[in-house]
Design a protein around this ligand. Sequence first.
Ligand code: G4P
Length: 520
Amino acid sequence: MTLQDEIRKRKTFAIISHPDAGKTTLTEKLLLFGGAIRQAGTVKGKKGGKFATSDWMKVEQERGISVTSSVMQFDFDGYKINIVDTPGHEDFSEDTYRTLMAVDSAVMVIDAAKGIEPQTLKLFKVCKMRGIPIFTFINKLDRVGKEPFELLEEIEETLEIETYPMTWPIGMGQSFFGIINRKDKTINPFREEDKLQLNDDYEIEGSHEIENDEAFQTSVEEFMLVEEAGDQFDEEKIKSGDLTPVFFGSALSTFGIEEFLDTYVDFAPMPTPRETVNEELISPVDDAFRGFIFKIQANMDPRHRDRLAFMRIVSGKFTRGMETVLSRTNKKTKVSRATMFMADDTETVNEAYAGDIIGLYDTGNFQIGDTLYEGSAKKVEFKELPQFTPEIFMKVSAKNVMKQKHFYKGIEQLVQEGAIQYYKTVHTNQPILGAVGQLQFEVFEHRMKNEYNTEVVMEPIGKKIARWIENEDVITDAMNSPRSNLVHDRYDNKVFLFENEFATRWFTEKYPEVKLFSLL
Ligand code: G4P
């Protein structure tokens, strides 16, 4: 098979959802479908909520999430599909956002009873910003949930995206009869074996007792309405993330999955090009191997410092032992230890292609955002990964004042690595850490102690609304207050940390001349 053929058959996506919507269950069923696992219950990494966050080390060790469930590959219909895990629950952190930088499409799982929940919304916004295709799976139809129209309306209004139902549910909960597949108007029954078909007048072909069922009739009428008045199918809009194909089903009952997969492989993109700092687009089918690091997983064994760096391959083919160059330092390295992750196993990678994600063993050479390219090829450097607006903050200081040097060195490295964000107050230079998830603080504290031999004192200052400033020259001392605390970020840009929405609004009304903006 040629390089182009290998790359064209790859599809790489992440599942975005709120905890408990069914991400783990769906992942597992997709893997079962693809023959990557033989029984349910193999996908680890769920139920972080059962552990206290301070136990993160133990948690990671126990479930082994770092290696077994980060990226999973399975085959379907001749395609190689990579699912990249988006850490959620107590693991929610900037890594979760950054994972979305490494995929070409996303699958949004929604609990039919709950609709759009906060974490889904946050992750959706990142996908939308990237303009990648988003597929929606509305889950748990075997239970009573919101009406399908209500769910579609919620998606359209909250997320500002058009919807195109590819399947339509008939009933729900106890009276969940099945789904109509819009493509050929076949009915896939939830409980019975025989497949039914609707004719052009939306009547069941042949006779069947369900025909006279009221709930069934209502669903068919709704379906007719969708066909007549719903958004038009538009492949271009799917590609640009402006229209989401919607599927109804029950992951737990392995129902609606095949309909989803069939459409997914038809419309999800092959690996997409990536832009360099020089605004050059690197095509995935370019011969030379190139990739970038989007996540670094610290080793769980305190006796070893080595870490696992996750790399998305952007172009060409990776082969074990190949000579590569790290763009940031121009340092040459031979990559002989790389792993790929199967559902319940890890494998040494001998070769991998654009679209794939592999784990590289790292002794501290890599940083998040780093570019790696084939030694013989022209130097490239991919655009930096975006910074995300942190939501929770902590004051931090070294427990032992004699350890200031270690303290600042540790902070500098962990910040560069993307583990945490660093700020300091404008006048007193008090260090403040920012994060999107609580776990980031726990990891920071632990790593400062273990890797930089520095115990830290952390004082929560809670949730804040961070806003950067377009026109810093208009800022005056009078604007700095406990409710609108002025700090510097690590690039010395000024940032206001507002106490809450109210304080933000009050400030913008009082100082309309200040132009505020948020990062992603
Ligand atoms: P997550 O990864 O998004 O957090 O969700 P997960 O798959 O762990 O699912 C959360 C809960 O919802 C699980 O129940 C799971 O069995 C259930 N679930 C997932 N899909 C469906 C579905 O289609 N229908 C119904 N009725 N339930 C579904 P749990 O009781 O919390 O966990 P478990 O003890 O069953 O593992």
